[in-house]
Design a protein around this ligand. Sequence first.
Ligand code: DNO
Ligand code: MN
Length: 360
Amino acid sequence: MRMVFRWYGEGNDTVTLEQIKQIPGVEGIVWALHDKPAGEVWALEEIQKVKEQIGKHQFHIEVVESVNIHESIKLGSPERDTYIENYKKTIENLGAVGVKVICYNFMPVFDWTRTDLFKELEDGSTALFYEKAKVEGMDPMELVEKISQHSSLSLPGWEPERLKHLKSLFEAYRDVTEEQLWQNLGYFLQEVVPVAEKNGIVMAIHPDDPPWSIFGLPRIITNKENVKRVLKLVDSPSNGLTLCSGSLGANPANHIPEIIREINREFPGRIHFTHIRNVRIYDNGDFIETSHRTQDGSIDMCDVVKALHEDGFTGYTRPDHGRHIWNETCRPGYGLYDRALGIMYLWGVWDSLERERRKA
Ligand code: DNO
Ligand code: MN
């Protein structure tokens, strides 16, 4: 397991590389050109600049999250070929500086969606919260307004440019069924996976968050069967998975350790990257992000790590969202303290499993 940490870039993150350096066992930074609108080519010079910045702190830049997919690719509209060509160019440029994994998602319009970014937990900390009934009864425009009031920082997948076009986007998706979305994903992967292979890169799709349809938009990366279906679309190690325990795990029907074991059995070597975090699920379908500890949420985090360890997981791992603790002011879900605590929990479980393995 190779530990990495997501960082939003100089001037765009409250956390510094110096701070990340002091978290035990972190070897690389998960990065992106966050200002780039989806669909534009990431120029080599821009990429190199980030590499230099990060390299000064002896971190690698092998994992990128995310190179966002232009909506035309998800919609299957005629302009998609232009944007797929741009994507290929970006893959080549990333390969040229030593990037190994591209994490991406295939959710129409929105990336992760929550109703409250700072919901208070019993201990006074705050965390990202999803109230199911509220989303079901909410006009998407209302949600957009809420998000922009709450956060002065931009959220991934919520670039102001795209938000402006929200209405027409919704209209465009009206006729896109889940099956069509599958076809469009297949079309995209058939085009980009060979280019990734040639450039020493693996694509790692991130599950939908939450893993069900919202606002009537189709969502397909939602459960074990569908994850397997993605891996079958193109049979190549470069068509792989980001296993995010918290995203898939928001649906109690998704048993994360079982999913890991089954994927490893049926599709060995296809989990390239893991996001490990815990969520507490309520009976009414609401969920809140908790500390990483097994006892604090609904996911058996020890067994998640064990399932990875059993298979000798050598891919990349990062803690995903954390709570906001000790009065930290930060990007929602992406503070320093709770993610660092999460890392120490993951190492604790991993190291003790390692010790047992060596004894055996
Ligand atoms: C939530 C986060 C996501 C992720 C993107 C990847 O679990 O990890 O926002 O970064 O969906 O494209
Ligand atoms: Mn995730």
